[in-house]
Design a protein around this ligand. Structure first.
Ligand code: GDP
Ligand code: CA
Length: 318
């Protein structure tokens, strides 16, 4: 079975760990969001690709959900002694090594997809991890500060501002000109199932779908497309997805997110049991829905979610 998964960071990575347990023999291709990528300290940082790689490769800081385990921060504090920031972006010493290798390879002319493959040779994530594009895409968020509108990088909005001001717009800068990375459209075209994990619908999955050709390839693949809601009980399970949903005019409910993807893209949608009452509404929008536990409290819970997604995919195919 060939499964394609569009993934952001933590939500995508934890789901993928469950999927690997639920379907150990499946051939899994992950299309990762690169809209969160940022250049800091002269280095190219790909937070979502790294979260997937570290999580599946056993190097993740489990409590935090991102960054390396057993991390130290000597480089960052030495940089701070020079007055070099930003201090709000947590980069540990072990993590720095990844970004140095990546930046060095990009500088030597390798595309991001080749660099990601090289990094994964160490981590052996057990999936094929592809960036959505080799082209630079950067999500920016429009905010009003002191009565003036300005655009900030998504990381600045999310990490430094902690999404504390309203997002007026979310723009994946460069997406329109970006091409899917080598292998992306081929993987979708030969997939048996496409899954949307409970990743952020706007700045993770939405950004991937904004790369011309990807949405169309999924809609035209003629295979079941099943998603899992990141919104449980009308709030994101983790993080501030409601802020970026509001920016695109979508309510923070499992139903609204399903309708936002739409029946043209989505065949099946899993909501949490607390949102069971939403099932009829989602089904009347032409999307097969089920209510099952959707909290990734541990690996077994994530695996159970993955099994439910595969079961629903089997039903919508019929
Ligand atoms: P990010 O790039 O690190 O923000 O990660 P993703 O975009 O992949 O996933 C973020 C989304 O995952 C958030 O909107 C959360 O609501 C959702 N999420 C995190 N943990 C869980 C969970 O246990 N269950 C569900 N249903 N969603 C979750
Ligand atoms: Ca992310």
């Amino acid at each position: 079975m060939r499964i394609v998964v569009l993934a952001g960071g933590i939500g995508g990575a934890r789901f993928l760990r469950g999927l690997k347990q639920a379907a150990p023999d499946a051939d899994i291709t992950v299309i990762g969001n690169t809209g969160d990528d940022i250049h800091l300290f002269g280095l190219k940082i790909c937070p979502d690709l790294d979260t997937v790689m570290y999580t599946l490769g056993g190097g993740i800081n489990e409590e935090q959900g991102w960054g390396r385990t057993d991390e130290t921060f000597a480089v960052k504090s030495e940089l701070a002694e020079y007055g070099v920031g930003p201090e709000w972006f947590g980069l540990g010493d072990r993590d720095f090594a990844t970004h140095i290798v990546r930046t060095q390879m990009l500088g030597a002319g390798y595309p991001l997809s080749a660099v990601t493959e090289a990094l994964c040779a160490r981590w052996q994530p057990g999936v094929r991890l592809l960036p959505m594009s080799d082209d630079r895409v950067e999500t920016h968020v429009a905010v009003d500060v002191d009565g003036e509108r300005k655009a900030v990088h998504f990381q600045e909005y999310w990490v430094r501002m902690r999404a504390s001001v309203e997002a007026r717009a979310v723009v994946p800068v460069g997406a329109e000109q970006a091409k899917p990375a080598p292998g992306v459209l081929e993987a979708i075209g030969s997939a048996d199932i496409v899954l949307f994990p409970p990743s952020n619908p706007v700045v993770s999955i939405g950004t991937i779908l904004a790369v011309p050709g990807i949405r169309e390839a999924i809609a035209d693949a003629g295979v079941p497309v099943v998603g899992l809601s990141p919104i449980v009980g009308d709030a994101p399970v983790r993080g501030m997805a409601d802020k970026v949903l509001a920016a695109i005019g979508v309510e923070a409910t499992a139903t609204a997110v399903a309708q936002h993807y739409g029946s043209g893209l989505l065949d099946g949608w899993l909501v949490d049991t607390v949102d069971a009452a939403a099932v009829p509404d989602i089904e009347s929008a032409g999307i097969r829905a089920r209510a099952v536990p959707l909290m990734m409290t541990d690996l077994d819970a994530s695996a159970a979610m993955a099994r439910e997604a595969l079961t629903l995919a089997g039903e919508v195919r019929a």
